[in-house]
Design a protein around this ligand. Structure first.
Ligand SMILES: Cc1ncc(C[n+]2csc(CCOP(=O)(O)OP(=O)(O)O)c2C)c(N)n1
Ligand SMILES: [Mg+2]
Length: 554
């Protein structure tokens, strides 16, 4: 191996590599263990985006990664890094490639095991924690290895679409590294040509023989960046397509072949009818988690299922390992017979007729109907966990990858900070943020960073005076929360236009003003009844109750 002493400092190398990979912004809060790196960042092409807390920086990096392909955050040791554990675990569970950069005590400081501030155990503990929630970790402790360690970690993030952890001891940040000819990249997927060809041929044949084939597309299509091949496949074959909840917006939701969300009992009516009546269901990148299966309420016959996952294809009871999803999709587009049937016109999401009605209180169903009419192609929807996520089933976003949520890991507090990252990654889009009052109270104050960055999201607070999703499962005083005057937040920080919306007329005025004001962030406090539930939540509740043979409200 050829080793060459480099002029480049280790921290600088990391910034250069991030910049080459399209990461132009790094989120985070500084601290003394990471200040040297922050100083290098201030003199680089990579901009620092300050947040009020580290966990929100990580949510922002996640939103950025989903829009941009890679995101990054930089925090201090212990107090900073440990605060990002939940969001990074979420990014791991949902396959968002986020680079976690943590400062650390210098290698020259830790030799005699001193009691340094922010320490919480052996110095190796922090890396061990991140080992469980990232696909690669690198503790930089040797300039000879540093560049290679950084390269390997970044390559792993891109290859596996998962977070990685890089720990930078503060004495090494300014040290020059050593350039070593890199070993060849490991192969992520093993491709078995024969298996791939057979899987494609069998699928094409089953689709050709089927009377009512349908496609369900899942979240792996988003994460692997296969939206365009998916669209090509659908346009080539003219098959109807549904998406799962975590795969929502994998195809633009106003596409004529799009049916809506199929996630068991959570589904839209059209999607459920077409999918459950189909004699051949092609599942592309669908994960069978409890959200996408509507709490395991999907009713599909395994004899009629073809399931292509990241590395293999399952056709009824056959299994083809070595058939990567992207290759499978590409070849199938070429080989599957185009269908000539004219598809029926599917609904483009519920609308709220005669909105606003005088003195009519707001409900979730009417709110979503109204939002369906206001969504434009330049908007993206970022949705938190709570009933707004289930309500989102009924929304139809225009473009693909325009709906972001912690749809599977379902952490509250995702939307406001993730929208910060998403809008910075996609400045041409305006974010519509849907968030419950409970989730907003967790991280909504990060809206101050939207204001600071001159962003103009429209925040819709589903204010139902507590944790309603939990109320539907088991109610008690623990689901009550203090009431905030969300529309008055602009008095605390701004510029932020706030609106109180107790009824439809007030909401209409607020929405019209917020949409017109493209320069300022807006927040609308939508007053809802605690027992009002979105249509999807009602369907899921009814289904679960019918399974239990109960029709009471408990
Ligand atoms: C970080 C986190 N803590 C707790 C939960 C459990 N949880 C799921 S939904 C929910 C209530 C959400 O309340 P709110 O944001 O007001 O939305 P709502 O259910 O009222 O629509 C809770 C506490 C969670 N998903 N994430
Ligand atoms: Mg609530």
């Amino acid at each position: 191996m050829v080793e060459t002493m480099s002029e480049t400092a280790i921290g600088r190398y990391l910034l250069d590599r991030l910049s080459e990979l399209g990461v132009a912004h790094v989120f985070g809060v500084p601290g003394d263990y990471v200040l040297g790196f922050y100083d290098q960042m201030a003199h680089s092409d990579v901009a620092h985006i300050g947040t009020t807390r580290e966990d929100t920086a990580a949510f922002a990096a996640d939103g950025y990664a989903r829009c941009n392909g890679l995101g990054a955050l930089a925090v201090t040791y212990g107090v900073g890094a440990l605060s990002v554990v939940n969001p990074v675990a979420g990014a791991y569970a949902e396959s968002a490639p986020v680079v976690v950069i943590s400062g650390a005590p210098g290698t020259n400081e830790i030799q005699n095991d001193p009691m340094l501030h922010h320490r919480f155990g052996p110095f190796a503990f922090q890396r061990e924690i991140f080992e469980r929630i990232t696909c690669a970790t690198a503790v930089i402790d040797d300039p000879v290895l540093a560049f290679r360690q950084i390269d390997r970690a970044l390559a792993a993030a891109l290859r596996h679409r998962k977070p990685v952890y890089i720990e930078l001891p503060r004495d090494l940040v300014e040290q020059p590294g050593v350039t070593v000819a890199a070993p060849p990249d490991e192969q992520l997927e093993t491709r078995d040509e024969a298996a791939l060809a057979e899987a494609v041929a069998e699928t094409a044949e089953l689709l050709a023989r089927s009377k009512s084939p349908v496609v369900i597309a899942g979240v792996e299509i988003h994460r692997r960046g296969l939206q365009q091949p998916l669209l090509n496949f659908i346009e080539q074959t003219n098959l109807p397509i549904a998406a799962t909840l975590t795969g929502k917006s994998v195809i633009r939701e106003r596409h004529p072949n799009y049916l809506g969300i199929y996630s068991g009992a959570l589904s839209n009516d059209d999607a459920r009818r077409v999918v459950e009546d189909s004699d051949c269901i092609l599942m592309l990148g669908m994960t069978l988690n409890d959200i996408d299966t509507g709490g395991y309420t999907i009713q599909l016959n395994p004899q009629q299922m073809i399931r292509a996952t990241q590395g293999e294809v399952f056709i009824r009871h056959h299994r083809y390992p070595g058939a990567p999803l992207g290759d499978f999709l590409g070849r199938l587009s070429r080989d599957a017979r185009p269908r000539n049937e004219v598809l029926p016109a599917f609904t483009i999401g519920p609308q709220a007729t005669n909105f606003p009605e005088k003195d009519r209180a707001m409900t979730i169903a009417r709110l979503i109907g109204r939002l369906n009419a206001m969504l434009t192609p330049d908007m993206m929807v970022v949705c938190d966990t709570g009933d707004c996520l289930f309500a989102g089933v009924e929304l139809r976003v225009h473009d693909q990858t325009e709906f972001l949520a912690s749809g599977y890991y379902t952490t509250m507090g995702y939307a406001v900070p993730a929208a910060l990252g998403a809008q910075i990654a996609r400045p041409q889009r305006r974010a519509l943020i849907l968030v419950g009052d409970g989730a907003f109270q967790m991280t909504g104050t990060e809206l101050v960073s939207h204001c600071r960055q001159g962003l103009a999201p429209i925040v819709i607070v589903f204010n139902n005076r507590g944790y309603s999703t939990e109320r539907f499962i088991l109610d008690g005083p623990f689901n009550d929360i203090p009431e905030w005057q969300f529309h008055r937040l602009g008095e605390l920080f701004g510029p932020l236009a706030g609106y109180d919306a107790p009824d439809e007329c007030a909401f209409e005025d607020a929405l019209t003003a917020a949409v017109a004001d493209t320069e300022t962030a807006s927040i609308i406090n939508v007053r809802l009844e605690p027992r009002d539930a979105s249509p999807a939540m009602q369907r899921l509740g009814a289904h679960l109750k019918s399974r239990l043979g109960r029709d009471d409200d408990a």
